[in-house]
Design a protein around this ligand. Sequence first.
Ligand code: ADP
Ligand code: MG
Length: 694
Amino acid sequence: MVNVPELFGSAVFNEKVMKQRLPKDVFKAVQKTIEDGTPLDSSVATVVANAMKDWAIEKGATHYTHWFQPMTGITAEKHDSFISPVSNSEVIMEFKGKELIKGEPDASSFPSGGLRATFEARGYTTWDPTSFAFVKDGTLYIPTVFCSYTGEVLDKKTPLLRSMQVLDTQAKRILKLFGKTTTHVASQVGAEQEYFLVDKDLYNKRKDLIFTGRTILGSKPPKGQELEDHYFGNIKTRVSDYMRDLDEALWKLGIVAKTKHNEVAPAQHELAPLFNTSNVSTDQNQLIMEEMKRVAEKHNLVCLLHEKPFAGVNGSGKHNNWSFSAAGIGNLLDPGESPQDNSQFLLFLCAVIKAVDEHADLLRVSVASAGNDHRLGANEAPPAIVSIFLGEELTRVLECIENGVSFEKASKEQLELGVDLLPKFPKDTTDRNRTSPFAFTGNKFEFRMPGSSMSIACINYILNTIVADSLCQFADRLEGAKDFNKELAKLLKETISAHKRIIFNGNNYSDEWVAEAEKRGLYNLKSTVDALPTYISDENIALFEKYKILSGSEIRSRYEIIVETYSKIINIEALTMLDMAKRDILPAALKYSTYLAESVQTKAAIGGIDYETEKELAASISSLAGCLYKKIEKLDKVLIGAKDKEDILENARYYANEVFEAMQNVRAVADELETMVSAEYWPIPTYSDLLFSV
Ligand code: ADP
Ligand code: MG
């Protein structure tokens, strides 16, 4: 039996360890940096580095790495040993303050979207003390941010940290208006992570899983999720063994892995950690994804994090539960008890509503990827239309404010404060709508559009920034008001009127909603290629520049990376499909039809044996094989056409439309063949094998 409290955080250089191992003044300085972002003195860094190294060596570390999150969406690390020679026969273990603070990885092979030419290969990583260092596999991991020699941001964490600061500043301005002060306001995230588990031996037989993370061929199994027997179902021994190991690995890293259960699709599962500040949650989510994969290997399993590993079966997402909280005050999205708290809550709530309505395009962009295109709007995940679910009661409260009537009496009686007659909102009435992309769930918003394999950094810096922007506009107006309460009531009323179109409590999967959303003038950016251009619109660039989250050229570079990555992914998928179709599927079909034809011949030669079945089957399979061959030729041709598109967006569109369609056509025939060719002759594991193997 593991002693969980003892195991928890045992691989982390956390507050408890720092308190034990650092001199009091150094510990205080580090804490101040963590909480208020004050820069660390180099003498302090030296002491911290030394204590960190001694602790890490005790935990078996021989190396250290600056761990960072480049634009690939995953993490990067380069390991250096602590070894330092003191003579030609002796070494000591050394780790200097400056090595802790700053690293210099070669930046040339990370995507920069044209920000940095390869000859300017220098990049810097800088210690982010707000996320704890930890030991994993004999290496001390130091969370860092990553920028180029000339200071351009090359990673996903820098804008996130900046956005947290911006939200802190603006939220404090609002709190001040309510007569409250706090040392800091932090955005908080709890990211639920969905994943699939498949048997490794079967996985190894599927080139599509190996190269693309999803099956690009495969017909539906006889049984899918229709019996709804997997969701919250009994967890099988092999999976529960895996989950136990995973929990332990995560606890060791100080991640409060709390909930685990089977998901809707067969072989699909979910893990939810306890929420933390956005930047820590972002790091932890990366670690969760890495550990999910690593621990799977030990159980001869493979963890699939792709958004849509299996067509026709539920895909995987990542629910980003988000709120912001003030030290000493608490969660600012919590409705609270008194009228005063209520009005403050309503102001923060309205800030989110305004932000989501004004910047729905950015939220859509933040979740756009080739993988997520299979999910959004495909009748399972939320649709591509961004809207907010508030629940009936809260919606009615807002309606009353808009109409200037009291909620409880719903009469025409004019409200003085506008908000002082609000009821308490029972929390459990709000979390009923599973189809909403952005749902208020009592004291936080749950953004359900993110894909399972994505970094949550971008999602959260966009959320933080757009809400900070609303708060800034509110504060500008209220700070100058003669009568705060009156102005507040007016502001709430106007905000609700202007942005209520984004609120929708109905079924987000219905066709009526698509039509209704269009009437309301909401965005319906169906796919990645539709969504991406909005990223670099003048307003969006101005927004990021205003709050110094990213510069115009940094955003444009990010845009380029996403567009190009999109095309590259579809290209890899198409090439993989061609390889499988030409070298595995078509030969199998031909071989089986030859076998049938030979049977016909043998039976005919003997005489008196019926061979009509074989004959008919051989004919159908031969004809389908011929059709497959034509579709393959067409895909080959279409793919070559992608080469002449100079403009990157035009190229991506070509992949999204032409190439994707040609792929679908190959798939349709190949999947049909799968249902007809003998299992003995079929060269790759089927959906039934993959989904029901574990
Ligand atoms: P669901 O009902 O959607 O399955 P879960 O209980 O699995 O929800 O996950 C909810 C997630 O929300 C957890 O990660 C939890 O820690 C997180 N969470 C709870 N309160 C907050 C909050 N105030 N801010 C951000 N995240 C929160
Ligand atoms: Mg959820």
